[in-house]
Write a protein that binds this ligand. Sequence first.
Ligand SMILES: Cc1ncc(COP(=O)(O)O)c(C=O)c1O
Length: 343
Amino acid sequence: MPPRTSLTTRWDMWRYAPVMPLHDGETPVSLGEGLTPMLELPKLAREIGVARLWVKDEGLNPTASFKARGMSAAVTRARGLGVPGLVVPTAGNAGAALTAYGAAAGMPVRVYAPESTPKPILETIRTLGADLQLVAGHIGDAGKAARAFSNESGYFDVSTLREPYRIEGKKTMGLELAEQLGWRLPTHIIYPTGGGTGLIGMWKVFGELRDGGWLPKDVAMPHMVVAQAEGCAPIVRAFAAGQEKATPWENPTTHASGLRVPGPLGDRLILRALRESNGAAHAVSEDAIRAATLRLSRSSGADAAPEGGCALAVAEQLAAAGRIPKSAEVLVFNTGSGASYRF
Ligand SMILES: Cc1ncc(COP(=O)(O)O)c(C=O)c1O
């Protein structure tokens, strides 16, 4: 790992280029992703009973979600490889992000999304020029269609964890929050988990930062906390049962559409990160998500997505139950923008 002084002066996630998978001569396909605000919320911290509370507002990324980070890294490499096009199955936001980065790279994009995907996200995908295919069912059904198309067309399949670059982009969330805190870490990170790449990427980079001397050797690693909806909680169920892998959730339902991932491919890696970090996994109701989405927005000014509301609801409930201590310094991820869900 290069030293911390090797950070670039770029003002986007490629500030961390020395620890990114950038090949010789490759320039990033970038739309100014990353470097999102981390807002401290002292009043809300007091109300829910923790020492400190922040929200990292990923809704301010290009196409309004953290998916921009992974797609910037993935499309950069795909362009370098000279693939004929890009295809992705999506719960919505990943499709919008891929479409934008495909447009920036001048590469054709095909997106498979459930019919139930929020309309503003589908309109973003259409507007930015992808070939949008609507699928009856959930993201797993979209995944089958995307793989079949990839096999017949040679388009590069950018599905979650089927290629290694998206996770490298998402690890920048971990780099950034460490830098924003002055190269230390919160005690708890609450992450709304669908496919889990964000959580896996952050956990990976915290270890790299410690071993590479960017964080003190004796730094206390955060407890990683999975937030899911009661209508689709395969990781919560598997973690509670002490399993190493998750059984797919039957009939997944939640209005936090990014969390409607019944069988995440990275289940083993997510569960391992939870065990290694002495973390937790908790699911909340649709009503709790709605209430916490408003509470998060109104107490921060960030336009929270339901996924961010889910993360706050988990923080509230775990703190109330004493499973997050009063001394905790808690970071909640708002992974998208409320505007994408209003229609
Ligand atoms: C807004 C939002 N939050 C969270 C997630 C879940 O992210 P991950 O797949 O990294 O668990 C998604 C995925 O679609 C999303 O769109």
